[in-house]
Design a protein around this ligand. Sequence first.
Ligand SMILES: *Cc1c(COP(=O)(O)O)cnc(C)c1O
Length: 959
Amino acid sequence: MPAGTTGAVAFADRHVGPSADDVARMLAVVGQPSLEALVDAAVPAAIRTDGPLDLPAAGSETGVTARLRALADRNTVRRSMIGLGYSGTVTPPVIRRNVLEDPSWYTAYTPYQPEISQGRLEALLNFQTVVAELTGLALANASMLDEATAAAEAMTLLRRSSKAPADAAFVVDADVLPQTLAVVRTRAEAIGLPVVVHDTRQGLPEGDLFGLLLQYPGASGLVRDDAALVRAAHDRGALVAVAADLLALTLLRPPGEIGVDVALGTSQRFGVPLGGGGPHAGYLAVRDGLQRTLPGRLVGVSKDADGNPAYRLALQTREQHIRREKATSNICTAQVLLAVIASMYAVHHGPDGLRRIASAVADRASSLAGAVRDRGLEVVHEDVFDTVLVRVPGRADEVVAAAREAGYWLRRVDGDVVGVACDETTTPADVDRVAGCFPEAGAAVDGAPVGLPAALARTSAFLTHPVFALHRSETSMLRYLKRLSDADYALDRGMIPLGSCTMKLNATAEMEPISWPAFADVHPFAPAEDQAGTRALVAELEAQLAEVTGYDAVSLQPNAGSQGELAGLLAIRAYHRSRGDEARDICLIPTSAHGTNAASAVMAGLRVVTVATTATGDVDLDDLDAKVAQHGERLAAVMVTYPSTHGVFEAGITRLCETVHAAGGQVYVDGANLNALVGIAKPGEFGADVSHLNLHKTFCIPHGGGGPGVGPVAARAHLAPFLPSAEVAGGPDAGRTTAGGTGPDGVGPVSGAPFGSAGILPISWTYLALMGPDGLLRATQAALLTANYVAARLRDHFPVLYTGEGGLVAHECVLDLRPLTASTGVTVEDVAKRLVDFGFHAPTMSFPVAGTLMVEPTESEDLAELDRFCDAMVAIRAEVAEVEDGRWSVEDSPLRGAPHTAAMLVGEWDRAYDRARAVYPAGVTPQRKYWPPVRRIDGAYGDRNLVCSCPPVEELAGL
Ligand SMILES: *Cc1c(COP(=O)(O)O)cnc(C)c1O
């Protein structure tokens, strides 16, 4: 045992599933003598990197935790009263421990298989209900990445829905949050929408406008009556979006009651920690008539094969919002875990509790205003909810510094004005202490009472559904959370072999630090000195990701892969422009690309031209040559995924890069599949210019049931000045990434917070520290081995669609069911649902090729679990053979009957196969049985009868 080690098994030995014996057995099946030989055979020599990764050696969990603790200790957490869309909040402990810190919630996948996702679908339906009812609008989605990106989505939604002339402007009120305006500007500039900032207290500006964005209450704290303004905008043919504070809406007349078209915002203050800026669930809600324009995921109610109510994602065809030229948005990973927390906060407190919390916040603001007036100071606005601006001519810096000394972060609005935002955590003692930081300026100032304007009081009821009344006791709340998570299948039950999504281990040691107050309770605009630990962590993580990818600069700001793509493409466009290449606006994308690729290109103002793929699944290099020749001077970029979405290391990648560079284009490599490359190849070395990575895939941030994510953008030096600027106008000391232009070349921010989802970066930092260069290489080797093992074991039962050199796949394999579907009628869906009976989450269905299943086992699954999966697939193939042999029709087969519920077993049983066959197929034992709560769900029925908020209980019963 090396000196200084504790004797415990190294972390990498527990992160990587297969043991040394397993590896030997699997190599034999794959037909390779060693892991090194497997990598040599599978990966083209031309792209291999030399030597090991230059990263610190692996540490133990105790050692790494201590190092992280030292970083955390460099943060100085004070009580935040900065506001600006980020508020202190209390995460109810029952929710923190049983949702945020519970793997049955955080390790789940996006609910594409609704029969095994009923728990989180119900929680998300609650979220939609909370948002729709608080905003007074018809329908809300679940969810948006943050408030600022929700505003940008609202802008494009209004543009699509308005009949205003093509050159009409988007008018943003001067009291909108500064970081929201900054993101809106980034997104508007890319697609050529004019943005006009205007103080709408004087009415609307001259000229055509298609949309208007208001903030309610405003960044200045002001609560004003916008009813006349909304009418005026409508009269001029514009639509209106309002960024609204959900807690304030428990007391204030909601935007829906004055005819607003769209509401948006964040649900952060519903129990989600500040986290240094994220992750938090943004929201977007629309009035009746705009339902089908709403981007993002939408949960709806439908029915299952027995006619029982069941939840599923509604209007899935609308996911064309992420499809090619028609794309209206690139949202894929959202903020499911955070939306669940926010919804549970509403369930926990109920409408009365929320109103009480909001009233207490408003009281604190009023008493603070009274206290500063007593000191002879003037407040800027009297009609406010939680934020008070105080005039201290020439002395703002002094007040902010005194408050910091006393343990509070205040907002320096300018040299003469200080902002103080109250929240759920503000006590009367806090109010006294903060007031004491203001100067004594003379005799008390008089004025109207400061607080909520009576004329704008909310009169309508909200959250009247029983779910918001039933769980007042903690016992009941705990059982509700447990009941929902018990309905779902997550990584804590078994393998989730999702191609393209890398559902690997999210180790407990990686997860624990996100709850540390030093990371959880930091406001994104807190002074840089108070965030020294976070800054150091960001810098280390950026440097390590640069080393892993071979790029020169990394920005951690994008809060999903889709946003990293957008940032990378914006950088390419800005680079071309900086060289006078204004005309370069064509983005070549292979037909097999992930939906977000083309959508991001459209959002970056590029035109998408597709490149064919050959019969073997590779990018068709002849077609690439032709398209490059055809578009010549207009070529901006090619965007390819590597290894490809077909799960293959294409040997042609270096030639592809050369061809595009020779024509003056840039190469974007989608790095979502980096799990196949870490330690063996670097995109920045083999010819690419820019990539995004998905930390929620390769670097162990859990999928959260569909978010959060982090999608860093990494680039070579010539693009570095164009990476997203972290400069935001709002904070007392806005942060900036180590990479990234803040100067005239910068493209502006792509997320509201300087470091995006800063609160979950400790997860990936910890993973890298625990694995070290050797562990990371082993993980990649094991990921290639498990995929090739599954391919080898299943090849004789289902054809493996694509392979690369030597008949090997990369880290995933595509199983072709189309021949079987043609001969028997058994579909990929039948196989996916039958896998539920066997206790599995289905692989990715029909991506990148319709009629196929894509399997990515990852390095974290051990041989026993891999064999359990392969055995299940072989048994299912045998059931298909029974259809082929005419034993029963596909309609009468256990495949079509799947998944089978416990409820089916009681009463009549008139099926061709028996009950045991239905629920205990080969290899499934009662001791280890997952029971799906509903039968196969009829998605089309729900789309025809759209119900996207909690339905009345009677309706549920009678569905
Ligand atoms: C997951 C994925 C994306 C999108 O990432 P999100 O974080 O979901 O936005 C893009 N490309 C590929 C190949 C992916 O697998």
